[in-house]
Design a protein around this ligand. Structure first.
Ligand SMILES: Cc1ncc(COP(=O)(O)O)c(C=O)c1O
Length: 371
């Protein structure tokens, strides 16, 4: 680390790194075709499936060089069928992106789309499934980062189980910190990334799927780079990947996984993020700000806050950035209405104290108006 001022990233990834993760990237110059890198790949994949206790018995992972979108697109390319349809259940940008991916892949699909911020509409899901007998797969997002909503997947997962549908999950911004009930929700495959709740660096993402999915249910991907069959064969055979892997981000991911294990796992990290969310919420609520959703509907990862009347994101962002904190704008139509604060990464108590002061300075006027 240089002596430059510490910047705290409150955007939804990449995150403020721990010193351990940052230093891990200096481990050395490795070739991705040497046995030590194959061992590292195996080690990472083994640790990834161990993040959730029930997953190692039936899930296997592959890592990809690319961002979260790369993993989601590879999952759909390699597991969404061509001969039957996939239903996408969307309530934000990332669900809607999966619709675009399947359209780009030319695969049969349909969507149940709710307004951003709304919960999954299970009645509409049932109606959509009843209307099309050729739906065999369902895809959805766990934590919709568009708003911070943590989608409750229990009813959807149960329905998939009852109807024998394969559920594919975008867990990009929940993996490593929110509960993922792989068996209870009948998850067939999920996609996630290194640089959010796992607290690694951008460059590596991964797809996990049940053993029977890898063995029997891969489809021709229609893509060279996103063809998970090749990654699976390589990484679970020789240990090598079909293409150059992001070597230094892999060092960082291994260290990030070790650090997650060291603190006691995802539940422990969830308590830490919840504590941060609660602390920030106390400050912002005292200043008269309101959350976009009821607090209990947010993930612990990110909350959306409504901009005070007459205020604008650019002002809030600029002032907080000057104080060393990077927040995130709302997407699409929410851009003028909300700002988002994520709680990931290496954030210490004194950072939270400085943030508290910065938020009080930032919203002093709206607090005055609210009184
Ligand atoms: C739920 C979800 N899915 C997918 C993505 C895309 O990830 P990336 O920007 O790493 O490609 C994001 C990014 O924030 C996300 O939050």
């Amino acid at each position: 680390m240089t002596t430059e001022k510490r910047t705290i990233l409150l955007n939804p990834g990449p995150v403020t790194l721990t010193k351990g993760v940052r230093d891990a990237m200096l481990r050395g110059d490795w070739c991705h075709r040497e046995p030590e890198f194959a061992d590292l790949t195996r080690d990472i994949n083994a640790r990834l499936v161990r993040v959730y206790r029930e997953m190692p018995k039936d899930f296997e992972s592959v890592i990809l060089t690319g961002s979260g979108t790369c993993a989601v697109e590879a999952m759909l390319a390699s597991f969404a069928p061509r001969e039957s349809a996939t239903l996408i259940v969307a309530n934000g940008v990332y669900g809607e992106r999966m619709v675009k991916m399947l359209a780009a892949q030319g695969k049969p699909h349909c969507a149940v789309t709710s307004a951003w911020g709304e919960a999954i509409d299970m009645d509409a899901v049932r109606t959509a499934l009843d209307a099309r007998a050729d739906i065999t797969h369902v895809a959805t997002v766990h934590h919709e980062t568009t708003t911070g909503r943590l989608n409750d997947l229990s009813a959807l997962g149960q329905l998939c189980g009852e109807r024998g549908l394969r559920l594919m999950l975008d867990a990009v911004s929940s993996f490593g910190v929110e509960a993922i009930d792989a068996d209870g929700w009948n998850i067939a495959a999920l996609a996630a990334t290194a640089n959010k709740c796992l607290q690694g660096v951008p460059g590596i993402s991964f797809v996990m799927a049940r053993k029977h999915m890898w063995a029997d249910e891969l489809v021709p991907a229609g893509s060279v780079y996103l063809d998970l069959a090749a990654y699976y064969q390589g990484q679970h055979g020789t240990g090598f990947s079909p293409f150059t892997q992001a070597v230094q981000p892999a060092f960082a991911l291994l260290e990030a996984l070790r650090e997650l294990e060291e603190i006691g796992g995802w539940e422990q990290r969830r308590s830490i993020y919840r504590h941060r969310a609660g602390r920030i919420a106390v400050t912002l609520k005292r200043l008269g700000l309101q959350t976009l959703l009821p607090p209990q509907e947010f993930s612990c990862v990110l909350w959306s806050w409504v901009l005070p009347d007459g205020d604008n994101y650019e002002r809030v962002h600029a002032l907080l950035k000057k104080k060393g904190f990077v927040i995130y704008a709302g997407q699409g139509g929410l851009g003028t209405h909300i700002f988002r604060i994520a709680h990931m990464g290496d954030i210490q108590n004194d950072d939270l104290e400085r943030l508290d002061a910065a938020l009080r300075e930032c919203f002093a006027e709206s607090a005055g108006a609210a009184r």
